[in-house]
Design a protein around this ligand. Structure first.
Ligand SMILES: Cc1cc2nc3c(=O)[nH]c(=O)nc-3n(C[C@H](O)[C@H](O)[C@H](O)COP(=O)(O)OP(=O)(O)OC[C@H]3O[C@@H](n4cnc5c(N)ncnc54)[C@H](O)[C@@H]3O)c2cc1C
Length: 385
């Protein structure tokens, strides 16, 4: 694992930061308020090869590791453009299709995903089965050459701007354990019987979250990804990219907030000197910066282990996600505090990122589920659930 960024890495960071800067937080918030996708930005990311960085070259991707996509995501968030679709479409779904899709599925989707011409949403969470995927109740039943899906999903990001939805559904139950046997399907968002309704949240992101209702939705059998009943393994494989990319939202927003805070405290004077002169102002920012860099180190380690195919990637990705979530919320909180009343004034832009930074402790995987993982797998403690 390199600790010094390579020339290519530095170049990628600078190029993405420049592109993100052309759009910036104002553009992102305008789109968020209008509930419109950031189509222009997405297209430019595709044109520059950033969205397919992690995809095989034969499908128009860059053939790079997860770290390159992580850099893209962190730089965007640091410029005030935190992008959920980089997690669900560019990291999770693209990776699932590249590894487990049929030749036809890969040929149909991967070049478009790499070019920014398509986005695919990812639907696993259900009202009664969030952290516990074994308990999913959305069912897909095979009838002839079709599957028929019934059930509900909630909090699914970007449904209205998705070209397809990767749906995780139960196709059976393991008789020994009683746990669900899961399968993955590519579903047309406009399929008859599929309705979606908006779920208002305080998280500022243009994609928004949606509840999905499946009422006898028919899917051709060739839209199954991989093997029927073996979907859980595929989902678990996708968790490490999800955790590493999830961590980049936290650290990117942390940098966004910290940059604002540093320039504010150097400028603002209330007792005749810049408030940065007071340690009570400077130290929380310094502490937040240390946490941020520690999280960054663990993210780099997780990405290196993942790209090397190491079995230790899971532990590192979980720890990175946890550390980044904590660093993110502490940086944004410290930035708000040193802004005084301006910390909650809308014009300073910190309230725009607060709830997303807070959410990264809950999803895509919650801090508690990470602690469960480390308790059980790292420390060898009994499974608690
Ligand atoms: C903005 C946003 C975007 C999202 N985007 C998507 C998306 O695109 N696709 C998708 O499928 N989902 C999405 N989600 C859902 C998100 O992944 C879940 O909210 C998250 O995984 C937590 O699940 P839950 O809300 O059902 O919480 P629950 O599972 O109900 O958990 C509630 C709390 O209890 C804790 N808890 C539960 N079980 C245990 C246990 N065994 N031990 C310790 N603590 C436990 C959890 O950590 C959590 O703090 C999104 C959610 C939001 C808010």
């Amino acid at each position: 694992m390199r600790l010094q960024p390579s020339f290519d890495e530095r170049l990628l960071r600078e190029s993405v930061a420049r592109l993100a800067g052309e759009f910036g937080a104002e553009y992102f918030m305008e789109k968020t308020r209008a509930r419109e996708p950031v189509t222009e930005l997405w297209k430019k990311l595709g044109d520059n090869g950033y969205l397919g960085a992690f995809l095989p070259t034969e499908y128009g991707g860059g053939g790079q590791g997860i770290w390159s996509l992580a850099i893209v995501s962190e730089e965007l968030a640091a410029a005030g453009c935190p992008m959920f679709p980089l997690i669900y479409s560019a990291a999770i779904v693209s990776n699932v299709l590249a590894r487990h899709g049929s030749q036809e599925q890969k040929d149909t989707w991967l070049p478009k995903l790499a070019a920014g011409e398509a986005k695919i949403a990812f639907a696993i969470t259900e009202p009664d089965a969030g952290s516990n995927s074994h308990n999913l109740s959305t069912v897909a039943r095979r009838t002839g050459d079709k599957y028929v899906i019934n059930g509900r999903k909630t909090f699914i990001s970007g449904v209205d701007s998705a070209d397809a939805i990767l749906v995780v559904a139960r196709t059976g139950t393991d008789e020994k354990t009683g746990k669900g046997l899961l399968s993955l399907f590519l579903v047309d968002p406009d399929a008859p019987g599929l309705e979606h309704t908006y779920v208002p949240t305080a998280v500022n992101a243009p994609e928004g979250q949606w509840m999905l209702f499946f009422d006898g939705v028919e899917v051709d059998a060739d839209q199954l990804i991989g093997t029927q009943d073996k979907g859980l393994r595929i989902v678990f494989e996708g968790l490490n990219p999800e955790r590493i990319l999830g961590a980049t939202l936290s650290t990117g927003l942390a940098r966004y907030a910290l940059n604002k805070a540093v320039s504010y405290v150097k400028d603002r004077q209330v007792w005749g000197v810049p408030i940065a002169t007071h340690q009570a102002v400077a130290h929380p920012l310094a502490k937040a910066k240390i946490e941020l860099d520690l999280a960054g180190l663990m993210m780099r380690k997780a990405a290196a282990l993942y790209d090397a195919g190491s079995p230790e990637a899971g532990e590192a990705a979980n720890m990175a996600k946890y550390a980044a979530g904590e660093a993110g919320i502490h940086c944004v909180d410290a930035a708000i505090q040193v802004h005084g009343g301006n910390g909650v004034a809308l014009e300073y832009g910190l309230t725009d990122v607060w709830w997303l930074a807070r959410f990264t402790k809950i999803g895509p995987v919650s801090a508690e589920m990470v602690l469960n993982y480390v308790s059980e797998h790292t420390l060898g403690l009994p499974k608690s659930y």
